[in-house]
Structures are given as structure tokens and as C-alpha cells.
Design a protein around this ligand. Structure first.
Ligand code: SF4
Length: 245
């Protein structure tokens, strides 16, 4: 009896140069499909930082509602000093408020302690590596949140990897299968240090992930990346649901 064929593996190692070229092609395809995205801050830095913490597993409308309700508690010092249950109640439209409330308060306290104020303007000129470290040393801030803040608010050359960016790049084959955290470093190493370029690529990947290359049942028949997509080459119209692992 013959053994069953092993399931084809995604992303058999490609040289970095080839993956970098594939990323450039991908960016151009998405540009042709969705157009240019202009890099400009969507909200002030502290708003961006705290809202990104609130956004985990939460819709955009609920994230905004939670943020505005949080700000009704007072200024950042007042929010940091409020009873944690009050903060959790204020952000209840966000998922996991009991976990996010102490993280937000710890983040605020540490910013005040390290910086003396909530003005983050110094991040504009700090070396990128140091700015990423400064932010990710805060208790509630991971590499994605730090990268979003630095790229969106200060036009620094970093590349935020959210679930859509991670999924599409893994399926197409610009990165081997790896976690979202590791994908930040892997993708950034392949991309030009050009903030407008990085911003447009991030935003267009987000849109493509929401509308076409969804977590389950991606619409490969409508996809402008189909021609060079590893997952499509292997599975055709039956690309399986994406697993983070
Ligand atoms: S061809 Fe399918 S799996 Fe590949 S990027 Fe497009 S939608 Fe995603």
C-alpha cells in the first residue's frame, strides 16, 4: 500500500533577493488595484497608542467608542490614577476590558515616569531601533503597536505587520511560515526604508486582506496576486483557512 502524499508545504525557502523582488511586484499590483495611500497621521500620537491597545480583537467602531468613553474619565494622569474597575467599565465596548485596563494604566504610568509628560515628539528624531525599544519596553505595547505609531505619526521607516499583512505574505510566499512578531523583522529586512512606500503597502495589504484574501475562503478568482501566489499554485481554488502556526 502506498503512503499518502505529504501535504504540500507553503514557502519552500526562496533566496532573500527573490522574496524582495516578489514584494515589490506585490506592492505594484496592489497599487494598480487600490491606488496610492498618502501617509498622514490619522490621529494624535497618544490617541494612536491607546487606541491600538484597545483595538485587539475589537471592531473599529467599538475601539473608537471605548476610546472616547475612556477620555471622559479625565486627562491621562486621571486615567492612570483611576480605580482599575472604572477604567475597565469605561472601555467595555472593547473586548477583554479587564485585561486591557491595567495594561493601559501601566503604560500611562511608565510614559509619565520615563518621559515626564505624554508628549512623544522625541520619537520623531530618535534612532528607529531605540524608538522601537523605548515603545516596546512599555508594558502594554508590542512591536505592532510601536510600528504603527512610528510609521503613521512620525513617518519612520518601519513596517507594521497585522493579521492581514501576515496572512497574505505567508500565502504569497514573501516570507516563510513564521509568527506575526518574527514577520516584522523578516519583512522589514526585505523592504526599502521608505515611509510612504511602507505606508501604502501596509494600507493596501489591509484592504486586500479584508476584501479578497480573507482568513477563510479567500477569493482567489478575483485576486491580482494569484499569478505569483504560492498558496494558489499549491491549492488552486481551495486555499485552506489560514493558521497562524
Ligand atoms: S491568490 Fe488567493 S491565497 Fe493567494 S493572495 Fe490571492 S486571495 Fe490570497
Amino acid at each position: 500500500m502506498t503512503a499518502p502524499a505529504p501535504e504540500p508545504a507553503l514557502n519552500v525557502a526562496r533566496p532573500a533577493q527573490e522574496r524582495a523582488a516578489l514584494l515589490l511586484w506585490l506592492k505594484e499590483q496592489l497599487h494598480a488595484e487600490y491606488g496610492e495611500r498618502v501617509l498622514e497621521p490619522r490621529r494624535e500620537p497618544m490617541h494612536e497608542l491607546i487606541s491600538t491597545i484597545l483595538s485587539g480583537r475589537t471592531t473599529h467602531d467599538d475601539e473608537e467608542a471605548a476610546y472616547h468613553s475612556l477620555r471622559e474619565l479625565g486627562d491621562w494622569d486621571a486615567i492612570a490614577a483611576a480605580p482599575v474597575a472604572e477604567v475597565a467599565h469605561a472601555i467595555r465596548r472593547s473586548n477583554y476590558p479587564e485585561q486591557k485596563a491595567p495594561r493601559i494604566q501601566a503604560t500611562l504610568k511608565q510614559i509619565r515616569e520615563k518621559n515626564g509628560s505624554y508628549d512623544l515628539e522625541f520619537l520623531r528624531d530618535m534612532p528607529v531601533k531605540d524608538a522601537l525599544k523605548w515603545l516596546t519596553d512599555l508594558p502594554g505595547v508590542g512591536i505592532k503597536t510601536a510600528s504603527l505609531l512610528l510609521l503613521f505619526n512620525y513617518a519612520r521607516p518601519v513596517f507594521p505587520v497585522d493579521t492581514h499583512v501576515h496572512r497574505i505574505n505567508t500565502r504569497v510566499g514573501t516570507i516563510p511560515r513564521m509568527g506575526e512578531q518574527a514577520a516584522h523583522r523578516a519583512l522589514l529586512a526585505l523592504l526599502p526604508p521608505d515611509p510612504p512606500f511602507l505606508f501604502e503597502l501596509h494600507k493596501n495589504l489591509l484592504r486586500h486582506g479584508q476584501q479578497v484574501c480573507q482568513w477563510t475562503r479567500p477569493k482567489c478568482g478575483k485576486c491580482v496576486l494569484q499569478e505569483r501566489c504560492d498558496a494558489y499554485a499549491i491549492y488552486g481554488d481551495r486555499v485552506p483557512s489560514f493558521s497562524e502556526k
